[in-house]
Write a protein that binds this ligand. Structure first.
Ligand code: OGA
Ligand code: MN
Length: 262
């Protein structure tokens, strides 16, 4: 896929955080099969297959099946309220920001929370238990991203400097469409309709070979139907990059090289 310079810039979504370092973007390993202690998880995953839409390309379905998971109703409405209540005490006067300097994201605000109130801390722990495999090093700084009703995230790949193989996102308040497009061939894509209270996990090939985006409200179409995206908050749990997995050449998944000059 031929890429414009602007498109390249988008890839630096987390790379641009160098000056503020991982303070603002902590970041983010491999699960071939989903492992969890939650006995209901298999059912949840089954329901969730209806929330995926694929391009014609035949391999994309099997890549998504192996490297992407979506769990509906991962939390209850009470837990959602509890998370939002805590998050909303933290913005202080922070207003939605128009755009990031790399334009990867628009009409958003974000923060990082390490120490959660007790009921919420156990939700974070549940996410981490489901998302990470043995050997993953979790990043305990949880990135909270609040998109206003007109907010969206342009296509990007999270920085390999700050993020490891797994990125797990819990969606709150509003549905939205998250689209994954192969970085070398835009005809290879899949998208997920993310309901509030759902958890998605992207790992390995989906995390490294596909750019992900959250569509703006007016572009939010899923299987031909309009999805009304309003204010949407996400909690992003990422594994730490691990030198032997993320930086060594010749690994199974060659990471995109960012930050060559840093
Ligand atoms: C990001 C990102 C996705 C989400 O912040 O890099 O891709 O679900 N967020 O909010
Ligand atoms: Mn991202």
């Amino acid at each position: 896929m031929a890429m414009s310079p602007a498109h390249h810039l988008l890839k630096f979504r987390h790379g641009c955080m160098l000056t503020v370092k991982c303070f603002r973007f902590p970041c983010v390993k491999h699960l071939t099969t989903f492992r969890t202690s939650n006995p209901k998880s298999k059912n949840l995953q089954k329901q969730a297959s209806e929330l995926l839409e694929y391009s014609q390309e035949e391999n994309v379905k099997s890549i998504a099946a192996e490297h992407f998971s979506l769990f509906t109703n991962f939390i209850t409405s009470e837990e959602e309220t509890s998370l939002i209540t805590e998050i909303d005490t933290k913005w202080r006067r922070l207003k939605y920001q128009k755009g990031h300097w790399d334009n990867a994201i628009q009409d958003y605000r974000e923060l990082e929370i390490r120490d959660w109130r007790r009921p919420n801390a156990s939700i974070i722990q549940r996410i981490q238990e489901v998302a990470f495999d043995d050997g993953d090093v979790k990043n305990n700084l949880i990135h909270v991203l609040d998109l206003s009703p007109i907010g969206f995230i342009n296509p990007h790949v999270d920085s390999t400097r700050f993020c490891g193989r797994v990125i797990a996102g819990l969606s709150l308040l509003s549905p939205c469409v998250m689209k994954y497009t192969h970085k070398d061939d835009a005809s290879i894509w899949f998208q997920a309709l993310l309901p509030p209270k759902s958890l998605y996990i992207m790992r390995d090939r989906v995390r490294y070979e596909f750019e992900h985006e959250i569509l703006k409200n007016e572009d939010s179409l899923f299987k031909g139907e309009k999805v009304n995206k309003s204010r949407r908050v996400s909690l992003l749990c990422r594994s730490q990059p691990q030198a032997e997995l993320d930086e060594k050449p010749g690994q199974l998944f060659k990471p995109i090289t960012l930050f060559e000059n840093t």
